[in-house]
Design a protein around this ligand. Structure first.
Ligand SMILES: [Zn+2]
Length: 122
């Protein structure tokens, strides 16, 4: 799957956060991610590959379209809340970019929204 660099970085950030969360909450061998967390990552990857914002994407927490289903959204929130502050120590570069991406102007995002409606992202 070919993701634009912006989305690739987002995926890397999500993967890093899931890893931190999983290794502290679930019983799995060191360095590995458990089944349900792998499933979550796969889901996130799929959603990202369909993200209509591409390079203009804000961070998922600030996105105007919430494309995750309820269960996955709850899981994402849980993971981000736990790993968000911790990623700063483990992956300062990713955290830095995440901060920048999060500051992307919402106006930019709004202008993309029309396209989204026409494409009927599901
Ligand atoms: Zn896990």
């Amino acid at each position: 799957m070919l993701l634009p660099p912006r989305l690739k970085r987002e995926l890397k950030t999500i993967a890093a956060m899931v890893k931190i969360y999983c290794s502290n909450h679930h019983d799995c061998p060191k360095g590995a991610v458990c089944e349900s967390c792998t499933e979550f990552l796969e889901y996130a990857k799929k959603r990202l590959s369909r993200c209509p914002f591409k390079e203009k994407k804000p961070t998922c927490g600030k996105c105007t379209i919430h494309c995750y289903n309820k269960v996955m959204q709850a899981k994402a929130r849980q993971i981000m809340r736990y790993s968000g502050p911790r990623i700063l120590w483990n992956h300062p570069t990713l955290a830095f970019f995440h901060l920048l991406d999060g500051r992307r102007k919402i106006a930019e995002v709004r202008s993309c929204r029309r396209t989204v409606k026409n494409n009927q992202i599901k």
